[in-house]
Design a protein around this ligand. Structure first.
Ligand code: GDP
Ligand code: MN
Length: 451
């Protein structure tokens, strides 16, 4: 599914994706990235961006990773948040069985639309959105859609909504443009299709407009979007402008990273409303929103990531076979990149955090070894607050408590108490532990051992 990380990249296709030089309202490009005709550098498995060895380049990768830790809400949940701020949506019910679908349809009255609630877009094309004329028809359509596999997402819940008549389909969204350090509105009257397609085939029809967060929302922002999109009907102009303001309110109030309405429809009577919702909330702000925190669909997430969350381990599953554990997001991410750089495939991103305790190390190893793809594990620790002896103790403890016999563990310890840590590991004399002095050697060794 499309993540917010990819949205600002719509127009610029090069590694300049964090730079909005194609937007006349954005600051000019500094032009420091290599031109695209140079050979393509290896891609970071986390951000799918090129890997650069300069340390300055870790900054955009870090932010992109943080984005991937966001919480995606289902359509019905996003619509609930829309409703709370006053954005018009249709009445509907959440159901989990064909019988419930029938009951929901008869209580709503009239034709309904039966919609798969899965965390991926393009449900319509995949057969996950169907109109039903009668309650019996709704039951039948529910039977067809429940259990459907839409790009790996199995449908377990349905949203039954009063069907709308559609005269026009527009598109409206707000997201962060990290390059410009501002929220970015996008609006087009060419809605209903994937926005990337509009950006590619009909870029003039897509209005992009940044909002200065220190100024906050100004009515001219909405007017500029609406006029820029050449909406001519005054009734539509007014309603869309109001929705733009409400969408910004939802974006700020719920600490969102993306609020997208596609399609934003106009009915034959000229009424404008949100027919779909894509809502992504910054998970760092969840403590402020206990209700949204409960909306998080853990069943839809990766089971190892869900287990990691339970254990309090910062972990992102990747596709390779070298398990990785670092301390601090920056070093952990660099470790992922270096492993990829020396030809390996990282199995995960895992950050012990600062002040990592032995228990934290055991927990991290328990999470990493749940992934059946893992063949070797690379510990890359630069002690600051984190102490090398504590990490070593954690590794030895994990070796005692978990069945780690099939994993070669490469350890690179540096910084605070690194010598003590190395001495502890040497004393243990476990043949599965391989000490390396540098990050690069450690990565090479771990990749070799995974073969
Ligand atoms: P997506 O395919 O996952 O983006 O799901 P949407 O919620 O956007 O629905 C897909 C398409 O189904 C929309 O673009 C509409 O064309 C159509 N659709 C959804 N709800 C209704 C409705 O109430 N009435 C009609 N006529 N079409 C609908
Ligand atoms: Mn849609």
């Amino acid at each position: 599914m499309r993540t917010p990380a990819q949205i600002p990249a719509i127009a610029p296709k090069s590694p300049k994706s964090s730079d909005s030089s194609e937007n006349e309202l954005a600051p000019q490009s500094t032009g420091t990235y290599p031109p695209t005709r140079q050979p393509k550098p290896p891609q970071s498995p986390i951000t799918e961006r090129p890997i650069y060895t300069e340390s300055a380049r870790t900054v955009p990768r870090l932010s992109a990773w943080v984005e991937s830790a966001a919480v995606d809400l289902h359509e019905y949940q996003g619509k609930e948040l829309f409703r709370r701020v006053g954005i018009p949506v249709s009445e509907g019910r959440l159901v989990v069985s064909p019988e419930e679908a029938r009951a929901a349809a008869s209580s709503l009255g009239g034709p309904v639309v039966v919609k798969a609630q899965v965390l991926t877009g393009g449900r319509g094309k995949a057969g996950g959105v169907k109109l039903a004329e009668t309650p019996a028809d709704a039951e039948q359509k529910a039977r067809e859609i429940l259990g459907l596999d839409i790009r790996g997402h199995v449908v377990r819940r349905l949203w039954i909504e009063k069907a709308s008549d559609i005269a026009k389909e527009y598109y409206l969204s707000i997201t962060f443009d990290r390059g410009a350090k501002k929220p970015l509105f996008m609006f087009t009257t060419q809605g209903g299709v994937e926005i990337e397609q509009v950006a590619e085939e009909n870029p003039d029809a897509l209005v992009r407009l940044h909002l200065d967060p220190s100024e906050g929302f100004q009515p001219w922002v909405a007017r500029r979007l609406v006029y820029g999109g050449r909406v001519e009907d005054p009734g539509e102009q007014k309603q869309i402008a109001a929705i733009v303001e409400l969408l910004y309110r939802a974006f700020v109030e719920f600490d969102a990273m993306l609020c997208e309405i596609n399609p934003l429809i106009v009915t034959p009577d000229g009424e404008v409303k949100a027919l779909d919702s894509k809502f992504t909330v910054d998970d760092n702000a969840l403590f402020r929103h206990p209700d949204i925190s409960e909306m998080r669909d853990t069943a839809a997430a990766d089971p190892i990531e869900a287990f990691a969350r339970e254990k309090g381990v910062t972990y992102v599953k990747l596709d390779g076979d070298v398990g990785i554990c670092g301390n601090g997001a920056g070093l952990s991410m660099s470790t992922v990149d270096v492993v990829a750089h020396v030809g390996g495939k990282p199995a995960n991103f895992c950050d012990l955090g600062g002040g990592g305790s032995a228990q934290g190390v055991v927990d991290a190893l328990e999470v990493i070894t749940r992934d059946p793809q893992v063949k070797s594990i690379f510990f890359n620790v630069f002690g600051g607050i984190t102490r090398g002896d504590e990490v070593a103790r954690g590794i030895l403890e994990a070796l005692e408590r978990l069945d780690m016999s099939k994993y070669p563990i490469v350890v690179r310890l540096d910084g605070t108490n690194a010598e003590e840590g190395r001495a502890l590991l040497a004393k243990a004399g476990n043949p599965n532990i391989h000490a390396e002095a540098t990050m690069l050697d450690g990565a090479r060794r771990a990749v070799e051992l995974a073969r």
